[in-house]
Write a protein that binds this ligand. Structure first.
Ligand SMILES: Cc1ncc(C[n+]2csc(CCOP(=O)(O)OP(=O)(O)O)c2C)c(N)n1
Ligand code: SF4
Length: 295
């Protein structure tokens, strides 16, 4: 799992992850995917928040931002609006994305910005040494939950579908080819795409029998554009926490190509106001209040 990719995207800084961390697989899958998309390092922007997972852009020589904990999405939206010509990809953790960053997630998905979010979901806070996160199972014993977590996990897949993301998929870091396939599909999609990657933490691992439980939605003939089926599969994501016979769905859960994309709306407004505005900046300039701050 800990193979360091050797390719044109790596900046020579060795990843500061534990040797067996599952994140190496995602790093490798992502860089191979960028290569196959023919993107030079200066033709893609990677944005993260804070956490082990959020370190990923620091090892790459692409454009990148390592922002505050929970805030990768507002930064990514800024990048998206400033550079509509290059892909913007967020690499984040379940804590970063769904705890302090949850409101940003809901609204970025709802507005359907053309951003790919790869959530390295180890179902806990690893960087701060094993606290329960919103996705941790009931009963999870971490440093802040010595008697076990008292609340149910937040199901990111259900949340993403219900708040308006136009593409939602799941994968598992035990299968690099599948992670790559899901990232590739997300990058090819226009609109907000989530790739929720089951990525266990090797230092505080409490998820043991995942590979035996995975089932592939595409192999099962799942209808990705049927909302009822998508919500049914999404609801099963954490069934295996309580039921030893339940499977864990991976693959594309939900995909629609006809949902209103924020970026297309921006283009439409600029097109309808040709001559008045040449870019978004001109609109911002017009709206900017004429207030003088400190000289
Ligand atoms: C505003 C703020 N709150 C809390 C922290 C402390 N902090 C840093 S990383 C982290 C959790 C990271 O968890 P996750 O995003 O799941 O990533 P992982 O380390 O598990 O990959 C926390 C709570 C911080 N840096 N800033
Ligand atoms: S603490 Fe866990 S998530 Fe962080 S680098 Fe180590 S194995 Fe990976």
């Amino acid at each position: 799992m800990s193979e360091i990719p050797q390719n044109r995207y790596m900046n020579g800084q060795p990843p500061s992850w534990c040797p067996e961390c599952s994140y190496f697989t995602v790093l490798s899958a992502l860089t191979e995917c960028l290569d196959e998309h023919g993107l030079a390092p200066n033709e893609v922007c990677l944005v993260s928040g804070s956490g082990c997972s959020s370190r990923l852009p620091m090892f790459l020589n692409t454009y990148g931002m390592h922002t505050l904990h929970g805030r990768p999405l507002p930064a990514a939206i800024g990048a998206r609006l400033a550079r509509p010509d290059i892909p913007v990809i967020v690499t984040t953790g379940d804590g970063d994305l769904l705890s302090i960053g949850a409101a940003h997630f809901v609204h970025a998905a709802r507005k359907n910005f053309d951003i790919t979010v790869i959530c390295l979901n180890n179902r806990m806070y690893a960087m701060t040494k094993n606290q329960a996160s919103p996705t941790s199972p009931v009963g999870y014993k971490g440093t802040t939950t010595p008697y076990g977590k008292l609340s149910a996990p937040l199901n990111i897949t259900e949340l993403a579908v219900s708040c308006g993301a136009s593409m939602v998929s799941r994968s598992c870091a035990y299968d690099k080819a599948h992670v790559k396939k899901m990232i590739d599909a997300a990058m090819n999609h226009r609109g907000f795409s989530l790739v929720d990657v089951i990525a266990p933490c090797r230092a505080f691992d409490q998820q043991k029998d995942i590979p035996e439980r995975l089932y592939d939605l595409q192999a099962k003939g799942h209808a990705v554009n049927d909302r009822e089926s998508a919500m049914r599969e999404a609801a099963r994501v954490y069934d295996s926490d309580q039921d030893k016979d339940a499977g864990i769905p991976v693959g594309i859960v939900w995909k629609r190509d006809d949902m209103l994309c924020f970026d297309d709306q921006v283009k439409r407004v600029l097109g309808e106001n040709k001559g008045k505005y040449s870019s978004l900046d001109d609109i911002f300039d017009e709206l900017r209040p004429n207030v003088k701050f400190h000289e």
